[in-house]
Design a protein. Structure first.
Ligand code: MN
Length: 191
């Protein structure tokens, strides 16, 4: 059952998050959600098949090819989650503020030698190269799976191209691309 892990963790009577029963019909979508839960992190999600494959990135994405970002894979999320911004009640799984930090479309450009690799295969093989067409994130990135001490993890890395730069995008562009709110705007409205 796809999304079984996602549903098991949540009580949809109490959280405003989507249950995923109604799929949304958007194309190759990506979203980055700033999630102020017990630890602040950035949830990076790519539509692969009919779900959003998801990685939690503690430091957030970087436009600097010299800055590797640890990306810890988390449970698949429903497509409708790409539109979710709001407050998950504190007593619920992932309780805290979710803000849509960036979104847009992407293109799979993974190759093996001269051959193109299909998106799902690239994900399964742990080497995914793609181009992002976001409002903040643009250009080519790679998600690379690696093993350390028997544990699997991923790295998100910007590839050197015309969009690569050394700016601190996390600090310079903190607002939601949907509402224009910052985390602090949500915190004010919480109480
Ligand atoms: Mn999260």
């Amino acid at each position: 059952m796809p999304l079984a892990h996602y549903r098991k963790k949540r009580d949809f009577i109490k959280t405003p998050e989507p249950s995923g029963k109604t799929p949304s019909a958007r194309n190759l979508v990506f979203v980055v959600q700033l999630h102020d839960a017990s630890h602040l992190h950035y949830d990076f999600r790519l539509k692969i098949g009919n779900v959003l494959k998801s990685w939690a990135i503690p430091k957030g994405p970087s436009m600097n090819p010299l800055e590797k970002r640890l990306a810890v894979e988390t449970e698949d999320h429903p497509l409708a989650y790409a539109n979710f911004e709001g407050i998950i009640p504190e007593d619920q799984y992932g309780g805290g503020i979710v803000l849509i930090w960036d979104h847009g479309t992407f293109k799979n450009i993974t190759k093996k030698g001269a051959k193109r690799v299909a998106l799902k295969t690239a994900y399964e093989q742990g080497h995914l190269v793609f181009e992002l067409f976001g409002e903040k994130l643009k250009g080519q990135f790679v998600l690379q799976k690696f093993k350390t001490q028997g544990k699997s993890n991923w790295i998100l890395l910007k590839i050197q191209d015309e969009y690569a730069n050394k700016s601190n995008i996390i600090k310079q562009k903190p607002t939601s691309v949907v509402s224009g709110y910052k985390l602090s705007d949500f915190r004010k409205n919480k109480g």
